[in-house]
Design a binder for this molecule. Sequence first.
Ligand code: FEO
Length: 397
Amino acid sequence: MRRHIKGNVSWVGYLDWELESFHGDDYSIFNGSSQNAYLIEEEKTVLIDTVWTPHRFDFLENLRQEIDLHKIDFIVANHGECDHSGSLTALLDEIPGTPIYCTASAVKSLEGQYGKRGWNFQVVKTGDSVDIGNGKKLIFVEMKMLHWPDSMATYMTGDNILFSNDAFGQHYAVAELFNDKADQCLLWKEAIKYYTNILNPFSMLVAKKVEELAKLNLPFDIIAPSHGAIWRDNPLQIVEKYAEWAKAYQEDQITIAYDTMWEGTAKLAHKLAEEIMTQSPNTVVKVFNIAKSDKNEIMTEVFKSRAIAVGSSTVSNSIISSVAGWLEFLKQLKFKNKKAAAFGCYGWSGESVKILQEKLKEAGFAVCEENVRSLWNPEEEDFAKIPALAASLLKRD
Ligand code: FEO
């Protein structure tokens, strides 16, 4: 079913209510998602992106009910990842030879994933454009590393729509499609989670791209990403948020994340949370057991934090495996301008705090010297170290 967006532009994507994860199981999804594809019917008929491979036949059937597929003059593939390109093979089996406008890197990713099928690629770069009739054209803007080397956005003049692909998206299924119709809490929760877990490693490039988009001085009536709500009510609000998020974003928040073998490290985590609340009542404090909480949700809280504390018991001369995996993901996300501290209990060798400190440094955090390393269960002398640890985390250098 097509859904009207503006003028002669319709949404022809897939609302994925049942999707529970993305990138395998690396990104959790709790509120559904969508793969947004768009149909432009000016003098030229243009399809912007497709949907994920498992939904390709539903997608084609829906599209066929709206138009004769042979009417499609060309396809724009803003990004080669299979959640947007996964219907191309089925579609092009029906309309072989249809031009595909995409970046040079997208040719590599599409041929890499689907093989060399002799598709009619039309390689474009930033500033290239194509007329679609009725005085309108599509202008292409490379979005390198937002979030793949092949990513691109497409701007439609006349209706002033930016088809931004993954940038400005959210894994969030919105039946009504538009941002003003969405639950605002969920919309922003999912937008910041998406930014943290998909785009934060590329924040320097996001900042530059947002400046570049502003310098184009183009009107933006609608920003239509490839996932989640379409921004029609004050669409620049998400661009402004990205500008803010891209610059080592932080709120007055401290996040404590830990795993524990026999509750000693958990006691330290809770005591530290109480102490931070006492010393700085306005600071938001959040505590997570890494083994029991969703890693993407915790990372979103880390993104909002100005400091974190990470705890682990010592096990087999090292740290608990749940914390080790979590720290690897923390490093990948390349957070900037945040402090960190370590704590943990041990029974024999007691390496966990030192290992945590090393791994937090490797992940780019400014690590506080203060720590709590507690033999067996935390005693008064261990709890006595917590005020200094909290003060160090709270101190603005
Ligand atoms: Fe939504 Fe990078 O794919």
